[in-house]
Write a protein that binds this ligand. Structure first.
Ligand SMILES: Cc1cc2nc3c(=O)[nH]c(=O)nc-3n(C[C@H](O)[C@H](O)[C@H](O)COP(=O)(O)O)c2cc1C
Length: 325
């Protein structure tokens, strides 16, 4: 169990914010699979403050996914404070500040991971958002900009002093982007420096890794990113493992039902045609590792509406069922 400020989560597993992935339908899927907290992708504070339509679309939510964390990024303290108020008014249960995005377009303005190179402004940003924010506030950082300057422990203390309610560490340097190993020792070090809850992140690739990260680092929560893209059921599996139960992997019937649920949620979110096209990429993920998937992959490119989706899916799953019998 993990409590972030006044927010008691159902469990210690958190879905990582991921641009282009953690839209409302995906968040609902992982929530149903047991994630204790879901988050939007990073949203521009400038965009929000200017009422930018695209930024506001990211705020669409449904009661079923709650509690919802909304992640904002920016560099100017007052704009960040305004953005925090906007997302709270739209229903955010928690505001998260992005201090890890390695994309140049973001970091060169001093936002995202750029804040890790300007700790004075980082402090101003957290203080301003804290003042504007009457819901729990978290900050998501990386170990530092580059290996010659790890700043995670220093930053953790700064954000705690500014009143943040928890800190997430993606234990890689910005220069590593998403490659190389995450340094879990650094998560343990940050945990030893602050009293607020620490959420560990990086390299949880299978269910056991989440249990191991928690045991090795003493962190309060574990955030799962890429592993949940193809495996939204990883949350259920970690919880099963944690309780000493055997891990269940969805069988063909459940996998097909999950795919159709995802499609139905996407159709509600973006309309059936766009949803069918989006399913092409999503199907690749849901069928990763299944037999003869390369043949299916070719078929996937023909999906253009719900009829073609269902017929291609049914044909492939009937083929898989025959292989199993
Ligand atoms: C496609 C993609 C998009 C991401 N978008 C965000 C984002 O919007 N905000 C954020 O804080 N981190 C973002 N991240 C980083 C993840 O939240 C996470 O920190 C990282 O993937 C490490 O966790 P993992 O090893 O479990 O994947 C993104 C990562 C990927 C691969």
């Amino acid at each position: 169990m993990i409590k972030i400020g006044s927010l008691q989560l159902e469990n210690w597993l958190i879905m990582a914010p991921m641009a282009g992935i953690t839209n409302l339908p995906f968040r609902l899927m992982v929530k149903r699979m047991g994630a204790g907290l879901v988050s939007t992708e990073l949203i521009s504070a400038v965009g929000l403050s200017l009422n930018n339509k695209r930024s506001l679309i990211y705020l669409r939510s449904l009661p079923e996914e709650k509690p919802l964390a909304v992640q904002i990024f920016g560099t100017e303290p007052q704009t960040m404070a305004i953005a925090a108020r906007i997302v709270i008014e739209s229903g955010a249960d928690l505001v998260d500040i992005n201090m890890g995005c390695p994309v140049k377009k973001v970091s060169k303005t001093g936002a995202g991971s750029g804040l890790l190179r300007d700790l004075k402004n980082l402090e101003k940003v957290v203080s301003a958002v804290r003042q504007a924010c009457d819901v729990p506030l978290t900050v998501k950082i990386r170990t530092g900009w580059s290996p010659d300057k790890p700043v995670a422990c220093e930053v953790a203390r700064i954000v705690e002093d500014c009143g943040a309610d928890a800190i997430t560490l993606h234990a890689r340097f910005v220069t590593q982007k998403y490659s190389g190993r995450a340094d879990w020792d650094m998560i343990g070090r940050v945990k030893s420096k602050v009293k607020i809850p620490v959420i560990g992140n990086g390299d949880v690739r299978e269910p056991l890794h989440a249990i191991e990260m928690k045991a090795q680092t003493g962190c309060d929560g574990v955030m799962v990113g890429r592993a949940a893209i193809a495996n939204p059921w990883i949350f259920r599996q970690v919880l099963q493992l944690d309780k000493g139960f055997p891990i269940e992997t969805p069988d063909l019937t459940e996998r097909r039902a999950l795919i159709m649920s995802h499609f139905s949620l996407l159709s509600d979110f973006m309309g059936e045609h766009k949803a069918a096209l989006s399913m092409r990429g999503i199907l690749l993920r849901y069928t990763k590792g299944l037999a003869h998937s390369s043949r299916f992959r070719e078929e996937i490119t023909k999906i253009k509406d719900s009829e073609s989706l269902i017929s291609i899916l049914d044909e492939y799953f009937a083929f898989l069922a025959r292989l199993e019998s």
